[in-house]
Design a protein around this ligand. Structure first.
Ligand SMILES: *Cc1c(COP(=O)(O)O)cnc(C)c1O
Length: 216
């Protein structure tokens, strides 16, 4: 099956308020173009060194989402064009994105990555740390960024109750931060293995790779 038909089929079961990000990491331009020709515009990549050449050779109206851990020294390569950075996981990175955005005279939409999983390998803020970042942001310390919401990854487990609880905690946190900033509406949660639960728990953006493009 082509990627574009996989996407059409996938979208049949997706509520219209949920944005589908097609995660194209490690996949060649031909497959991305196939999806593009079928109407897909939001694509997710996790590495700067892969994203930049794809941006340069693919249609300019693609909305590129950076979803993987981002090193501060690489922000400058994507700041001119990135549509949204989902993986803000430190104050240092947030400040660098702010700085590079101002250099490009733009405001970059970002999400705060929240660490919810019972795993040591995943990046992100605790809820407590994220609250502090949002207070600073609400006080207008970062004119080059716009925090649109949060992103999180659930534990890689077969225990779907745990996954559901983790997603639910992200939604509750979003409701909390919306009381001080109603603009923070995006909840980026859900991948191929757990997106249905994520959507049931309030996800507004899902990041789907292998289900659309095949395994990596
Ligand atoms: C790779 C990746 C995805 C997509 O994973 P699949 O299981 O292939 O759907 C989603 N989010 C992030 C952060 C990723 O790195």
């Amino acid at each position: 099956m082509s990627v574009s038909s996989a996407i059409s089929e996938f979208k049949i079961n997706l509520p219209p308020h949920v944005t589908l990000i097609a995660v194209s990491k490690t996949k060649p331009n031909e497959l991305i173009l196939d999806a593009y020709q079928g109407g897909q515009r939001d694509f997710g990549e996790n590495k700067v060194q892969e994203l930049v050449p794809k941006f340069e050779s693919l249609p300019r109206d693609i909305r590129w989402h950076l979803i993987g851990h981002l090193q501060s020294n690489k922000v400058k390569y994507i700041a001119p064009f990135v549509y949204m950075i989902h993986s803000i996981d430190s104050i240092k990175l947030l400040k660098e994105v702010n700085k590079q955005a101002l250099k490009c005279e733009r405001v970059i939409p970002v999400l705060l990555q929240i660490f919810i999983a019972q795993e040591e390998t995943k990046f992100g803020f605790s809820f407590e740390e994220a609250r502090a970042v949002i207070i600073a942001y609400n006080n207008k310390t970062f004119p080059g960024i716009r925090i649109d919401g949060i992103m999180g990854m659930a534990t890689n487990t077969h225990d779907m109750n745990q996954v559901r609880n983790e997603f639910s905690s992200l939604r509750l946190f979003t409701e909390e931060i919306q009381t001080s900033n109603p603009e923070m509406k995006v909840i980026s949660m859900g991948m191929s293995s757990d997106w249905q639960i994520a959507v049931e728990e309030g996800s507004t953006m899902i990041r789907i790779g292998s289900t659309l493009f095949g395994s990596r």
